[in-house]
Design a protein around this ligand. Structure first.
Ligand code: C2E
Ligand code: CA
Ligand code: CA
Ligand code: CA
Length: 279
């Protein structure tokens, strides 16, 4: 709407109405989908190209809508983040991912770290660290096999309080990583103040490696920062052998991306673990 002096006061155009309608509809069907088998978790491998080993998986939520088919997280996570729905989805993914990781360990498969995405709102839940501790107890998973991925946007407000929560999580033995590093409101100040183990280089910087001079400079700088702060660094969105070569030259050995495997259902992820066991 325009301020004083404007001549139109149409708050909602028909197009906006349609978008709001779609949002509300999606939010309602998401609420009904919770705790049903419409919501699943897929797992994408993370590798260490130095040892050649699979070191972990990132858990990624999937929503199979009965009429609309698969709805990508980029479409429903932002909607869920505008209500407390994200807390319930996040909780469901966390529980399932921890349960699955422990189940693989119980089968005698090589233990790996399970990385789970956290939204800012989840971190702000009262007693968040105790909630996480309860999920670990419930699943029987040792804290060192859980990693939480948090984007920079989560630190903008109440930084003091967030620091405290992160310290509690680290004290439990959980690993913490900064997701999509460099894309948000960075933030070298955050890196210094927040307890983190790992930085994830966003795929937007990896995509055009090794051809784009800006991306080369940015990726080098991120790796140098991680090095000097003694944090681990992992690159996401790795699809091409040339990207692998470049990252290795720069000293980044941890990688994730379609080249190594797409996010896949638990059964397929388990096959990867079995193949590694046979090595
Ligand atoms: P993200 O955390 O940055 O996750 C990585 C995304 O990149 C995933 O998309 C993954 O499938 C995709 N990806 C992985 N390797 C490649 C590659 O080589 N090339 C390309 N082009 N893409 C690759 P996905 O699964 O669609 O998830 C999108 C975003 O949704 C995630 O981005 C994350 O921000 C959010 N998300 C997914 N699951 C959860 C969840 O359980 N909780 C929360 N809070 N957010 C989630
Ligand atoms: Ca992530
Ligand atoms: Ca990411
Ligand atoms: Ca991303």
């Amino acid at each position: 709407a325009k301020g004083a002096g404007g001549n139109t006061y149409r708050f909602f155009t028909p197009e906006m109405n349609a978008r709001i309608f779609e949002r509300v509809t999606l939010e309602n069907s998401l609420r009904r989908a919770l705790n049903s088998d419409q919501i699943a978790v897929h797992y994408q491998p993370q590798v260490d190209m130095h040892s050649g080993l699979l070191i972990g998986f990132e858990a990624l939520v999937r929503w199979h809508h009965p009429e609309q088919g698969d709805i990508p997280p980029a479409r429903f996570i932002p909607i869920a983040e505008e209500s407390s729905l994200i807390n319930q989805i996040g909780d469901q993914v966390l529980r399932e991912a921890c349960r699955q990781n422990r189940a693989w360990q119980d089968m005698g498969l090589p233990p790996v770290v399970m990385a789970v995405n956290l939204s800012a709102m989840q971190l702000r839940q009262p007693e968040f660290a105790s909630r996480i501790a309860a999920v670990l107890t419930e699943s029987g998973l040792d804290a060192r096999w859980l990693e939480l991925e948090i984007t920079e946007s989560a630190f903008i407000r109440d930084t003091e309080r967030i620091v405290e929560v992160l310290q509690q999580l680290q004290a439990l033995g959980i690993k913490l990583s900064v997701d999509d590093f460099g894309t948000g409101y960075s933030s070298l100040g955050y890196l210094k103040r927040l307890p983190f183990d790992r930085i994830k280089i966003d795929q937007s910087f990896v995509r055009d490696l090794p051809d784009n001079a800006d991306d080369i400079a940015i990726v080098r700088a991120i790796i140098a920062i991680a090095d000097s702060l003694q944090k681990e660094v992992i690159a996401e969105g790795v699809e091409q052998p040339q990207q692998i070569d470049f990252l290795l030259q720069q000293g980044c050995t941890l990688m994730q991306g379609y080249h190594f495997g797409r996010p896949a259902a638990a059964g397929q992820a388990e096959q990867l673990l079995r193949r590694m066991q046979d090595k």
